[in-house]
Design a protein. Structure first.
Length: 197
């Protein structure tokens, strides 16, 4: 009987073995996630590229359908509007699905620059004056989708000049990428950099 007790006390219990296997599994999953996940640069590049491609599609659609389109930008999302002649209003674009409002990943923000761009004052787009009736003025609850776009994408092929800055801020060093245009397609996209374009 004495020998049997000594042999039993030297081994591991089933609970201890299962705990070790669980810890090894968790550690390997964390390592896999860290190595297979996108880097900050890749995430920023993908978001800027997505915006560039969709904006290009909208500009081509405006030309082909002879329809006025627009872009609106909020700090964490952007979307597209089209002008509906029957209701005389700007409406949210829902089709195709890629044109629906797009929310950026966490730790990424947008800044839209319209003023101070080269040639912005001399273009016909700067003279457009879309009127908003007083009953259409947005309230605080309606800030998800603006009444008017901030950037106009016209059926003539003109686009109001803009620079959209994508900022990735998950770490101390901020990363930037910008998509911009000077009145028409194609839009240009800057490479990801720690310096603001």
């Amino acid at each position: 009987m004495m020998q049997l007790r000594a042999v039993v006390s030297r081994g591991f219990t089933l609970l201890e073995l299962m705990l070790v296997i669980l810890l090894i599994g968790l550690l390997s999953a964390m390592v896999t996630l860290n190595f297979s996940g996108e880097s900050r640069q890749e995430k920023l590049t993908n978001e800027a590229e997505r915006f560039q491609q969709i904006s290009q599609y909208v500009a081509e659609t405006a030309l082909l359908k002879q329809q006025e389109w627009g872009l609106y930008v909020l700090p964490d999302r952007y979307g597209f509007l089209y002008y509906d002649y029957s209701s005389s209003k700007w409406l949210q674009a829902d089709e195709p699905e890629g044109l629906r409002q797009h929310k950026l990943p966490q730790d990424m923000t947008l800044t839209l620059e319209l003023d101070g761009l080269e040639g912005a004052d001399s273009n016909l787009l700067s003279q457009l004056d879309w009127q908003i009736d007083e009953d259409e003025q947005p309230t605080d609850e309606q800030t998800e989708i603006p009444v008017l776009p901030q950037v106009f994408i016209l059926s003539s092929g003109e686009i109001s000049p803009f620079k959209l800055l994508f900022v990735e801020q998950s770490e101390v060093t901020l990363l930037y990428s910008a998509v911009s245009t000077d009145f028409s397609i194609p839009l240009t996209r800057s490479e990801v950099s720690a310096e603001r374009p």
